[in-house]
Design a protein around this ligand. Structure first.
Ligand SMILES: *[C@@H]1O[C@H](CO)[C@@H](O)[C@H](O)[C@H]1NC(C)=O
Ligand SMILES: *[C@@H]1O[C@H](CO)[C@@H](O)[C@H](O)[C@H]1NC(C)=O
Ligand SMILES: *[C@@H]1O[C@H](CO)[C@@H](O)[C@H](O)[C@H]1NC(C)=O
Ligand SMILES: *[C@@H]1O[C@H](CO)[C@@H](O)[C@H](O)[C@H]1NC(C)=O
Ligand SMILES: *[C@@H]1O[C@H](CO)[C@@H](O)[C@H](O)[C@H]1NC(C)=O
Ligand SMILES: *[C@@H]1O[C@H](CO)[C@@H](O)[C@H](O)[C@H]1NC(C)=O
Length: 516
């Protein structure tokens, strides 16, 4: 557990001075570039998590201001991944710093532990905001939380997770209008008036008020989770005509058959129906339109931080819970798959001590975010029950070599116990089907992958289906994962990957981190 300095609003990075002068000098040297810039006050932190924002299909292209104000002002990670490509499990990982097998949130339903009382009693009570609060951070949450947040069976809107001073969380899944918020435990009902209700703008406005009302003695933490670019893709009125001529990218695996992949990927109609292509192009365009409001959010927040003279002491992280696909391997639109388009996420970071315009290839995963944030806040992260690792050294010291060389991606498929209403003929067990019986998920779309990025640039995945199907990709030779090379790979290598996967699937805390 982190030790915090009682009775003082100002975090003192040298609180362990009694441990000896040498240690103190060493600590000072190590942390000063980062934390001594404003006397002894710790840095402020902002974390923005978009919903379903890909990086593979050009999701950052409409985000011009964000790219300038965060990416160009700091670091762009070119190898950032989610540990699970679905909203609720992924967000639970970002909050808890744990792989899904350790936070036990397996899908978007209450019965799969999404915002369940078990989650609340367990991982949520040890999530990173709790430790920030103990460090006297003033904390603000705004936007989508977990898909089942606010349901009566798990405390309703009255449940405010520990660690948050200001809580403005969306009840349920992403919406832009006609939603309910829990405002510090009380329901607030919103309609569809753009000026009053548009969720992306509303959470920004509330965060600006929080900044105006903050105490200058304490650092602050703001987490903003806009609904964009998740469906229903409702753009702000001024952006509803933007990107008129934009279509989903046609390169890579777009409209290709998934013929050597597991059964779910062999089902889609190929080539896709024109109606499906029209649908996904429309979705692609609308996603970009909704992102323009997120881009405005970033600009207004940065301007405010500058106006209150806190910008140079604030770390800003911009990322997403998972990627997305529009037509890859002939799947119309969704996430949930093991491929790069669904598991890669954007990650941009600026802050004190971070040199501008850096592109870092060091692999980082979503469970590294809370540890990095707590590392910035001066928490003793080695004592925490989290599976990730801090990438603060890569950020501030530009250490070329990250300590991470592989990671786990794990996913539990969602299904309907009865037939999917759009495609009864396929029988039970499938989910998110389109009218032409292309389904995006199934109970046995349950898999675990180990991804290596040093030495062999490989992805090795095993399915929990009745074939124990295996997919292997050489990510250097075949970045679009067009060819499953499982039958060509040296069996010894397959066995080594299988062994590593087994270890990772039961790892916890330090045993999840790199084992050389
Ligand atoms: C940050 O900006 C403020 C106001 O412009 C200035 O007083 C302070 O010295 C700056 N701090 C650093 C570390 O540049
Ligand atoms: C939900 O989480 C609890 C622990 O927090 C665990 O005991 C339980 O098995 C989980 N439920 C499912 C369906 O995984
Ligand atoms: C919001 O709800 C009202 C009343 O049910 C409805 O008329 C309106 O179309 C809804 N607006 C949106 C954007 O869904
Ligand atoms: C947010 O604040 C701006 C500027 O005051 C205002 O124009 C806008 O209507 C507000 N939007 C929401 C949804 O509160
Ligand atoms: C589908 O679209 C393609 C390209 O736009 C066109 O050539 C083809 O005729 C269309 N097919 C149908 C059945 O409309
Ligand atoms: C979510 O997980 C629970 C527990 O494993 C399961 O009973 C439920 O059917 C799952 N929900 C969906 C939609 O797959």
């Amino acid at each position: 557990m982190a030790s915090s300095k009682p009775g003082s609003g100002i975090r003192n990075p040298h609180r362990k001075a009694s441990e000896g002068a040498n240690a103190l000098v060493f600590l000072t040297l190590l942390t000063c570039t980062l934390r001594c810039s404003e006397g002894t006050k710790a840095s402020n932190i902002v974390l923005i998590v978009a919903d379903d924002l890909d990086v593979e299909l050009g999701g950052m292209t409409p985000m011009k201001k964000t790219t300038t104000l965060i990416g160009n002002a700091g670091v762009t990670f070119s190898n950032a991944y989610t540990v699970t490509p679905l909203c609720c499990p992924s967000r639970s990982s970002i909050l808890s710093g744990r792989y899904p097998h350790n936070h036990m949130v397996h899908n978007n339903s209450l019965s799969g532990n999404c915002s369940s009382s078990d989650w609340q009693k367990g991982p949520e009570s040890q999530a990173f905001p709790v430790y920030l609060s103990k460090q006297h951070y003033q904390t603000f949450y705004g936007g989508k939380y977990l898909n089942q947040y606010g349901v009566n069976e798990a405390g309703g809107v009255g449940h405010v997770p520990p660690g948050w001073d200001q809580w403005h969380a969306l009840v349920g899944n992403s919406k832009y209008y006609n939603y309910t918020l829990s405002v510090n435990g009380k329901a607030e009902i919103h309609g569809d008036n753009y000026e009053k209700d548009y969720l992306t703008d509303l959470i920004l406005n509330r965060s600006l008020t929080f900044l105006e009302d903050r105490s200058p003695l304490h650092p602050f933490f703001i987490m903003l989770c806009p609904p964009a670019p998740h469906s229903p893709w409702t753009a702000a009125p001024q952006y509803q005509k933007s990107f008129d001529d934009v279509k989903a990218p046609r390169d890579g695996s777009f409209n290709k058959p998934g013929k050597d992949k597991h059964w779910l990927l062999r089902q889609p109609v190929n080539p896709m129906l024109n109606s499906s292509i029209e649908y996904l192009d429309n979705a692609f365009r609308k996603r970009w339109q909704t992102l323009l409001s997120v881009d405005d959010m970033v600009e207004k927040l940065v301007n405010k931080l500058e106006a209150i003279q806190e910008l140079n002491n604030t770390f800003i992280f911009f990322t997403s819970d998972n990627g997305y696909h529009t037509g890859q391997f002939s799947l119309p639109t969704d996430k949930r798959q093991l491929y790069e388009f669904d598991i890669r996420v954007p990650l941009l970071v600026r802050g004190p001590g971070i040199k501008p315009k850096q592109i870092l290839q060091d692999p980082v995963v979503t469970i590294d975010l809370p540890l990095t944030i707590l590392d910035i806040a001066g928490v003793n992260i080695s004592a925490l029950n989290m599976d990730g690792q801090s990438f603060l050294p890569q950020l501030t010291l530009s250490h070329g070599a990250s300590s991470r060389s592989y990671f786990l991606v794990e996913y539990t498929g969602e299904g309907n116990v009865l037939e999917d209403p759009y495609c009864p003929k396929l029988g039970p067990g499938l989910a998110n089907c389109f009218p032409d019986c292309v389904c995006e998920d199934a109970f046995n779309n349950t898999y675990a992958c180990v991804r290596t990025l040093k030495g062999n640039n490989l992805q090795y995945c095993e399915f929990a289906d009745n074939q124990s199907f295996v997919e292997v990709y050489n990510m250097t030779a075949d970045p679009h994962q067009l060819e499953n090379i499982v039958k060509k790979v040296d069996p010894a290598l397959l066995q080594a990957m299988n062994q590593r996967l087994i270890k990772l699937q039961s790892c916890q805390g330090k045993s999840c981190q790199d084992i050389k």
